[in-house]
Design a protein around this ligand. Structure first.
Ligand code: IMP
Ligand code: MG
Length: 189
């Protein structure tokens, strides 16, 4: 049976790199928010694996919730036209929100998510990203917690997808050219 790991060209961040990064990030969050009413709000679906590890590593009392965002564009490039597909379920009024996003690429998704969350009048709002692609930023957003600085390549795994696949890789990786080409070709069928 073929394994998704056979499709990897380069591992950017191994499962162990990620585990150590999440532990350290969660330790900082637990310290920084010890006197606050913390809620982790994460953007579906790319963040679910990161969030599930992060929330279990944070040792202070907190809540979690989700928003949905879809950006128009092709499969590997977002075009700055972000649509909110799901709002939060629980009230964040007066709470300290940490917005969790998988990738800060152009930043349009983060910008739209922040605009939405501000309407709900939290006491504070900060940003936490798994990957930061500095070369791709189109809007400037302050990031309080950043997992890894990423090169300008299309990465998958640990929640990140291409065509909704490869989210279940335990590492963050770049796939072989022929794999990307096949996914793109199939999506035009
Ligand atoms: P932005 O709005 O351009 O910052 O893009 C953010 C969204 O684009 C992320 O939430 C991802 O879903 C997607 N994205 C951007 N770069 C990558 C990548 O390298 N791999 C997988 N998804 C990506
Ligand atoms: Mg995506």
């Amino acid at each position: 049976m073929k394994s998704i790991y056979d499709d990897i060209e380069t591992v950017l961040f191994s499962a162990e790199d990620i585990r150590q990064m999440v532990e350290e990030m969660a330790r900082r969050i637990s310290e920084d928010y010890i006197d606050n009413d913390l809620i982790l709000v994460s953007v579906l679906k790319g963040c679910v694996i990161f969030l599930s590890d992060l929330t279990r590593s944070v040792t202070i009392k907190h809540q979690i919730d989700f928003i949905g965002a879809a950006s128009y564009g092709n499969q590997t490039r977002s075009m700055g036209n972000v649509r909110i597909t799901k709002d939060i379920d629980i009230s964040i009024r007066g709470k300290d929100v940490l917005l969790i996003e998988d990738i800060y690429d152009s930043g349009y998704t983060l910008e739209a998510a922040l605009d939405l969350l501000k309407i709900h009048r939290p006491q504070s709002i900060e940003v936490c990203v798994l990957l930061n692609k500095k070369a791709k930023h189109k809007v400037d957003i302050p990031v309080k917690y950043c997992g890894f600085d990423a090169p300008d390549v299309f990465a998958v795994g640990y929640g990140l997808d291409i065509g909704e696949y490869y989210r279940n890789l335990n590492c963050i990786a770049v796939l072989k050219d022929e794999v990307y080409a096949k996914i793109k070709a199939d999506s035009h069928d």
